[in-house]
Design a protein around this ligand. Sequence first.
Ligand SMILES: [Zn+2]
Ligand SMILES: [Zn+2]
Length: 229
Amino acid sequence: MVIATFVLSLAANIALSSGTMDWRIIPACLIGWYLADAASGIVHMYMDYRHCPPGRGLDKLFFYSGSRISEEYLELRRSVLKHVGTFDRLVFDFKNHHPRPDALGRRGIVDLIWSSIAFVALPLSILLNVAALMWEIPLWFTAAALMLLIGGALAQYFHSSLHRADVPLTIKAMRAVGLLMTPSAHAFHHATLRRDFATNSGWSNRLLNPIFSFLHRQGILVDAGLEPT
Ligand SMILES: [Zn+2]
Ligand SMILES: [Zn+2]
């Protein structure tokens, strides 16, 4: 229902825009796609380094050494996550992804995108609907906003596709023309956890890498945040 409402809201934004298709649509789309990539990087950087709530047993899940399909692990997971809120669970998922990247690749698309849509992309799209009802919004602006919203909504799906071999033809084609980054480019992030946080196109990593270095040097982002305690 959340995804269907999002699609309807996006369509309404196009219908409510004023003006016609012209050359400005293309640079606007590219700017929107860049901003979506930057958003994926900023969120990823924050979630990787934000501390998980301590003493809730998330460390037991993170460092569990046995089989992750065993009844013992699944029971532990159920009992630990019962006491962890939705946001902290997402923070944990980002950290848990580093030692077990393939697990992200196995997750389904709805599971991957619903939270980005429900908490961020859909509210922003509805705000744009309201703005378009009140003021004249030019089509080029809507195009940029839609690229940002769609790129943001699908960010975790794009990230997950970097960790699986069988990806749809659309993903392969978008990688071929540079609209999405490649698994080998994303491997730089996993090798150090200190660079290349953006996971859509990777266009913004050149901007975000020095920002990360600065925040890390200042002690605002600390390595202790990378693993739950
Ligand atoms: Zn990461
Ligand atoms: Zn990854």
